[in-house]
Design a protein around this ligand. Structure first.
Ligand SMILES: [Fe+2]
Length: 531
């Protein structure tokens, strides 16, 4: 029994991590794997994300599908060359470099390219041995405070593999976007079911290997890959990246019971980092975070698109208190009558956590954009599902954390936040409406607008009874549960316009697309109008 060996191993692992993160750890050639490639190591595609005015993250992950080749480079770092160019032919190179893909991070690559010009498109690609990746296209944002005339964003969420094909992404590619905001449920953790459009393995994801394999399956989709290669993505997660309805450190529901939920969450968080175009700074609680103790992945973020917009991305899963008064005291969520739940209005309960709430308050006070986008996981506005007197609210979203929601709507007013726009996902349906100063007072003013998007593929309900729910919640002007797709938001100094794009048939890879509804919001007026 010795204590030296584990700490030595940890140190080696952290050093290897640091090499991957800094992109600069020098290794003699003899220490680098010289893999004999049989299959395409770039079979999971390329991606870019976390755009700034001078920087962007380039992502890929090396894979080999043949066991012999996996074994050949299994434990060794692999040197990956990257190139950024002005042109698709890579004749006018901007920057090149080499980074080590390390086995501790599943041979994923996260290159943080610095010193780029603002408000400009670039091409990028990777190379290992004689294998060259697909070419990706990415862009920097206009510098904070700079004039910007137009920003085109898609917002998307919930891409259950088994429920359909990603034809939505094929159509999204034609939208000429500056960025995609992905708002959670990138994967689903469930084991496969027989009633699926396309299958996943029968086991639920529990271990790091399980989650890695699930991401690899999702990322094998060519339409998803092509959309990642088309523009930078800004990402956050919801529950299914770990487990349905989990809350902070508390397990959710469905699938096998695991003895150690913290270990499952840790594995899931690490696999998420490995497969997303995220900055190493999300690991700031460590190397000591994902690899050793603790597990924070700091996803919440803000980025300015010139002075046209500030985009906030929130994380309402990682730091939240447990759902209040779930039926039968069970884990997970349910409908709740708040009048029967003593903790419902406890101001100490939080959805974002104390630190993120403080950060958001400060960011909103700072302002910086004509439009203040708050992209988060779920519906923001209250949805009362009980016709007539009394309330039945779902306790998993903002409705279940009403005092925290009120703190946020008060912050919008206190800081005179310019044109707040909430984007959301989670509920597999489109909800469009006004954010109210006080949901208990229907006559209170609108302090922002909300566009909660439908799922890319995940099944929703039908529209039976929806008219009654809308009548009960008149701050929403439109809802639809039946259609899958994404939203496109075009932002100019004068106006926000949003089109809800929906596929004809999610079970067909060649599905067409159409516009279900379109809306505009004029600068200075939190009023949603039909376009
Ligand atoms: Fe979902």
């Amino acid at each position: 029994m010795t204590v030296d060996t584990p700490s030595f191993l940890e140190r080696r692992r952290v050093l290897a991590m640091a090499g991957a993160i800094a992109g600069g750890l020098w290794l003699p050639d003899s220490a680098r794997a010289q893999p004999r490639l049989v299959t395409d190591p770039f079979a999971l595609g390329v991606a870019s994300g976390s755009p700034r005015h001078d920087s962007v993250v380039l992502w890929t992950r090396l894979v080999q599908t043949q066991a012999a080749d996996t074994a050949a480079w299994g434990l060794a770092p692999v040197a990956v060359r990257w190139e950024v160019a002005h042109d698709e032919g890579f004749q006018r190179l901007v920057q090149t470099g080499s980074v080590n893909a390390v086995p501790e991070l599943a041979h994923s690559v996260h290159v943080e390219v610095q010193g780029l010009e603002p408000d400009r498109w670039y091409f990028y690609r990777f190379q290992v041995g004689n294998a060259v990746s697909a070419t990706g296209r990415t862009r920097t944002f206009p510098a904070p405070g700079a004039a910007a005339q137009k920003l085109r964003l898609a917002y998307a969420s919930c891409q259950h593999w088994e429920h359909g094909f990603y034809s939505a992404y094929r159509h999204m590619r034609a939208e000429n976007l500056d960025a995609v905001m992905f708002l959670g449920d990138y994967i689903y953790e469930y084991g496969g079911s027989s009633k699926s459009v396309r299958r996943v393995p029968t086991n639920a994801t529990i271990s790091l290997d399980d989650y890695r394999a699930r991401y690899a399956l999702y990322k094998s989709d060519v339409d998803l890959q092509a959309m990642h290669a088309a523009c930078p993505w800004i990402v956050t997660w919801d529950d299914h990246e770990v487990q349905n309805d989990y809350a902070g450190g508390v397990q959710g529901t469905f699938g096998p019971e695991v003895p150690d939920f913290a270990a499952r969450r840790l594995a899931a968080y690490q696999a998420y980092y490995e497969h997303m175009p995220l900055r190493a700074s999300v690991l700031q609680k460590a190397l000591a975070g994902v690899i050793q103790t603790g597990s924070e992945l700091r996803l919440y973020d803000r980025v300015a698109f010139g002075r046209l917009a500030v985009l906030h991305t929130l994380d309402d899963r990682q730091y939240r208190d447990r759902q209040a008064c779930t039926k039968g005291g069970a884990f997970g969520s349910s409908g709740v009558n708040p009048a029967t739940c003593a903790s419902w209005n406890d101001p100490a309960r939080t959805l974002l956590g104390v630190e993120q709430e403080r950060w958001l308050d400060q960011s909103l006070a700072t302002g910086g954009g004509t439009w203040s986008v708050i992209a988060q996981q779920t519906v923001f506005g209250q949805r009362d599902f009980k016709p007539g007197d009394g309330l039945v609210l779902h306790n998993d979203g903002w409705d279940g954390y009403a005092p925290a929601r009120t703190r946020l709507t008060q912050a919008l007013q206190r800081h005179k936040v310019s044109n707040p726009v909430f984007l959301g996902g989670d509920v597999h349906s489109n909800w469009v409406g006004h954010v109210k100063a006080d949901y208990a007072r229907p006559d209170s003013k609108a302090v922002g607008v909300e566009f909660c998007g439908t799922s890319i593929t995940s099944r929703g309900g039908d529209n039976k009874g929806l008219a009654e729910v809308l009548a009960e919640n008149p701050h929403f002007v439109m809802a639809d549960r039946e259609r899958r797709g994404y939203g496109v938001a075009e932002i100019t100094p004068q106006q926000l316009s949003v089109r809800l794009r929906v596929v004809d048939d999610v079970t067909r890879a060649d599905s067409g697309v159409s516009t279900l509804a379109a809306f505009v919001v004029d600068q200075g007026q939190p009023q949603v109008h039909s376009a």
